[in-house]
Design a protein around this ligand. Structure first.
Ligand code: G4P
Length: 282
């Protein structure tokens, strides 16, 4: 899925989320572990204020382990409950139940004091397109889940997925928009494939990625492609095109094909586990 946001979409999505948030106890926000900052929308902090907050660093299988742990700590310092998940293979997904219980501890305690026992916690999943919301919901809810019917009055028109006796999940995730106005954010979203490649200059994008890897992940390109990665980035692209046989009809090197190959392999994690941005010390 690619981003296609217009002001009208954003206003509608925001209004919808403001309504939905009234019904729930905890907001579970998915971010991409490779770009936890760029895949987070700041508006949700305002929309979800006074709610318990969980951040899930999804796709952690594609991100660098050390930096993912730093990001987890960073989020915890900001007052979030945080956990790592791989929604695709289910790693870390079950543990989210415990995180929800921890995040809602005060609420559960408050309910108990008022004599309300076993009222399930209500949660909703939010995140930018392509971050893995549907994959996560499928993995988290599993096949065994039953959809509960509409409840007149309180949850009109809403479907809830009863996960177990403790948790109900709003079945439609809230879609957030990324921070498009920031160019660095746009570049990182493009690296991970969340912006249509057709509207980008693929060769330029791959050169930017090569430059980032040369500085931050030394040895990755050399290891993957068996080339000298210490040269100028254009030379690196040229060598990758040569070793991977990316050629045009007249046997000339096909830079665009090589660029596309590098981006594909990067997005699939074949170049290695890479985090594209690092938490700033406060
Ligand atoms: P969305 O609802 O937030 O828009 O995202 P969605 O679940 O559709 O997931 C977007 C893509 O991200 C999917 O790949 C999905 O498989 C992949 N994905 C989700 N979670 C993870 C994860 O933890 N790790 C990895 N490696 N990938 C994840 P796709 O290319 O669209 O489809 P497919 O390749 O799975 O067929």
């Amino acid at each position: 899925m690619n981003f296609q946001w217009y002001p009208g979409h954003m206003t509608k999505a925001k209004r919808q989320m403001q309504e939905d948030v009234k019904l729930i106890d905890v907001v579970i926000e998915l971010v991409d572990a490779r770009i936890p900052f760029s895949s987070k929308n700041p508006d949700i902090d305002h929309i979800a204020k006074n709610k318990s907050r969980i951040v899930l660093l999804n796709k952690f299988d594609l991100a660098d382990e050390k930096n993912t742990m730093l990001w987890k700590e960073w989020f915890e310092k900001q007052g979030f409950f945080a956990a790592l998940v791989n929604s695709k293979n289910g790693k870390g997904v079950k543990e989210v139940h415990n995180v929800i219980q921890q995040a809602c501890k005060e609420k559960i305690e408050r309910d108990r004091k008022r004599g309300i026992i076993n009222r399930p916690v209500r949660a909703m999943i939010v995140g930018i397109p392509n971050v893995g919301k549907s994959t996560f919901i499928n993995s988290f809810a599993g096949k065994a889940c039953a959809k509960t019917g509409n409840r007149p009055g309180v949850t009109k028109g809403k479907q809830w997925i009863r996960l177990n006796k403790n948790v109900e999940l709003l079945d439609t995730p809230g879609i957030l928009w990324p921070k498009f106005e920031d160019q660095a954010v746009g570049l990182r979203l493009a690296f991970i494939g969340s912006i249509k490649d057709e509207i980008l200059n693929i060769t330029e994008l791959s050169l930017e990625l090569i430059a980032f890897l040369q500085v931050n992940y030394q040895g990755f390109l050399a290891e993957r492609y068996g080339i000298d990665e210490t040269q100028d980035k254009v030379k690196v692209l040229e060598e990758i095109a040569a070793v991977r046989g990316c050629r045009l009809k007249g046997n000339e090197l096909d830079y665009e094909k090589a660029a596309s190959l590098i981006l594909d392999e990067f997005r699939n994690g074949k170049i290695g586990r890479v985090t594209l941005e690092f938490p700033q010390a406060d």
